[in-house]
Design a protein around this ligand. Structure first.
Ligand code: PSU
Ligand code: MN
Length: 305
């Protein structure tokens, strides 16, 4: 292995990791493939500020110039937000993008992978990928789930969008031994909605207990990460049935147009955005801010252990 050749961590983040200070990883697919430019630039900066406001250091990841980047400059964030020619990089694409020197946005799977390489234990995102509806014939299961099974990073998210089969996603996580922890909730959230109709494995109630569970998992030598499900704040929650109709419409369009593979999730996200004319986008940003805040609190607790 020759990781040093490819892993590029900013001095601030490198120092924080070395001295055991709280650090929170952030992904870039949410920027390049999940949100419109230039609104995503403001989002990218604000989410980092929120992490700092809680006393942790933000580490947005990306693949640029043949390097796995941990921490981006304002120019690099701008490039990811513009998204021109920026690919969506999951685990299978990593070596290709690095070797070819192509710009790549990191998914949940890739961000977890790079975070673990750097020694970062907590990561905040919007929603995780999962088992797609109809996966029994398409076999479309996000690589995010395998990464959660294997890579030791706690992922703070607002659950998963119901464009996925949430029940099957939770079954898969159970089989793979991934804890699904509710952050002060018994319900597994469905991104825009605080409830999905499914439960979590355990309601952790506090960032402190969450940090303790993660530390214990890794002390015990158990591999893999955890899903830390943090529901959208009540004031930003959207109506479940209305969102269900929107998602069904987007799924229909994808079917009509024969969308497959890695294009599926970005296609669905962009159509949800179009159909809801920005209402969902405001909620999307707020839930991500809420996750960044919670991830930073958990990272601060982890640093005390
Ligand atoms: N779900 C969302 N928003 C997102 C994504 C998923 O609600 O931005 C992104 C994340 O980066 C996630 C990726 O890791 O899509 C999953 O893609 P796929 O389903 O192709 O694995
Ligand atoms: Mn997929």
């Amino acid at each position: 292995m020759n990781l040093e050749k490819y892993l590029s961590i900013t001095p601030e983040i490198a120092e924080a990791i070395k001295s055991g200070k709280p650090v929170v990883a952030l992904e870039s697919t949410i920027l390049s493939h999940g949100m419109p430019y230039p609104e995503n630039v403001e989002f990218a900066h604000k989410v980092e500020e929120i992490v700092r406001g809680e006393g942790a250091i933000p580490a947005t990841t990306a693949i640029l110039n043949g390097q796995l980047k941990v921490g981006l400059t304002a120019e690099e964030l701008e490039l990811m937000c513009k998204g021109e020619g920026v690919g969506k990089v999951s685990r299978r694409d990593v070596a290709t993008y690095v070797a070819a020197g192509l710009p790549g946005a990191t998914t949940v799977a890739t961000t977890m992978m790079i975070a673990a390489m750097a020694g970062i234990k907590i990561f905040a995102t919007g929603g995780i990928g999962g088992v797609h509806r109809g996966a029994e014939t398409t076999m479309d299961i996000s690589a995010d789930l395998q990464e959660l099974a294997n890579t030791p990073v706690g992922v703070v998210c607002a659950g998963a969008k119901s464009l996925l089969d949430i029940g099957l996603t939770l079954e898969y996580l159970e089989t793979m031994g991934v804890p699904v922890l509710g952050m002060d909730t018994n319900d597994f959230p469905a991104f825009y909605c605080r409830k999905s109709g499914f439960g979590v494995d355990f309601n952790v109630e506090s960032p402190e207990l969450c940090a303790k569970i993660l530390a214990t998992k890794w002390d015990l030598g158990l591999k893999g990460g955890a899903v830390i499900a943090n529901p959208i704040p009540v004031e930003w929650e959207l109506d479940f049935d209305e969102m269900e109709a929107v998602i069904n419409k987007a799924l229909e369009l994808a079917k009509e147009q024969g969308i497959k593979g890695k294009a599926t999730t970005p296609f669905l996200l962009s159509h949800i955005k179009e159909i809801t004319k920005g209402v969902a986008f405001a909620s999307n940003k707020e839930l991500a801010y809420n996750n960044a805040r919670m991830a930073a609190k958990i990272a601060v607790e982890m640093a005390k252990l």
